[in-house]
Design a protein around this ligand. Structure first.
Ligand code: ADP
Ligand code: MG
Length: 260
């Protein structure tokens, strides 16, 4: 397996609570891997550790062999590990396209200073960012809302914009925390296909946390199960569904049973 991302015994303590406890697993280039587990298991914390939104108490996260934990989120994003669906990254007074163009600056060759001075490199960037934004808009089928102000968008479109902003940074790895939350069946299936196309057509490796088990089983190459901060299982969707430890973890939890 070509390891793109490696988690080595990563641990996060909040005071006396160990939210993530020595979790280790690898993610291969081009894989779609889901992290599942009951509420409060530590899934979102795990994603925040991978994206450096939180610092680890111990352990390491490696990207292509290079340590990326305990940096700052924008440094990790620049290296290609990007979390999406954060509405805070949306400029509400800008249009959809303007937001996507702005997001490209994270990877810009010209400095922001050059941008304001109108240097040749900055002008070159503006042109290519516009083209790239148009291709992302087409990819996500957002043409009809290209010129809408972000502040006017309903929740579903805001989520699509979050995805577009993530893509604008040209990520190696996208971290999606509950991308299907609040979606009906048709919307979920559309999003499942979109995530698969991200991998197939844009070569993006995807890590997701999700509660929607049928969607997880459909989308995932591999599944990692977390309970009380610890990894309790790892395998293909069918291995996970038949794993007694996993079934036990889900029984008696607030979450729906893992069954289809
Ligand atoms: P999940 O996403 O699997 O539902 P979380 O990662 O959000 O779980 O939370 C794991 C545990 O860590 C929970 O017990 C939660 O209350 C606790 N926790 C999460 N974030 C913090 C924080 N910033 N400070 C203290 N405790 C936290
Ligand atoms: Mg969570």
């Amino acid at each position: 397996m070509n390891k793109l991302l490696e988690l080595r015994a990563i641990t996060k303590r909040f005071g006396g609570l160990t939210a993530v406890n020595e979790v280790s697993f690898d993610v291969a280039q081009g894989e779609i891997l889901s992290v599942i587990g009951p509420n409060g298991a530590g899934k979102s914390t795990l994603f925040q550790l991978i994206s450096s939104f939180l610092s680890t108490s111990s352990g390491e996260v490696l990207l292509n062999g290079e340590r990326i934990n305990n940096l700052s989120p924008h440094v990790v994003a620049r290296k290609g590990v990007v979390r999406t669906f954060q509405e805070t990254t949306v400029f509400r007074s800008m249009t959809v396209k303007e937001n996507i163009v702005a997001a490209h600056h994270l990877r810009s060759k010209a400095s922001l200073f050059g941008f304001f001075l109108g240097t040749a490199a900055a002008r070159e960037d503006e042109k290519s960012f516009g083209k790239s934004a148009d291709s992302i808009i087409e990819f996500l089928d957002m043409g009809s809302i290209r010129d809408e102000l972000a502040s006017n968008l309903p929740q579903g479109h805001l989520r699509a914009l979050g995805m577009a902003i993530g893509l604008a940074t040209d990520p190696l790895v996208l971290l999606l925390d509950e991308p299907f939350a609040g979606m009906n069946h048709d919307e979920t299936m559309k999003m499942v296909n979109l995530v698969k196309r991200l991998r197939d057509e844009r070569n993006v490796t995807v890590l997701l946390v999700e509660h929607d088990m049928p969607a997880v089983m459909k989308i995932s190459d591999r599944v990692v199960v977390i309970n009380f901060g610890q990894k309790i299982a790892e395998g293909s969707p069918s291995e996970i569904q038949n794993n007694p430890k996993v079934i036990e973890a889900y029984l008696g939890s607030e979450d729906a049973a893992i069954g289809m």
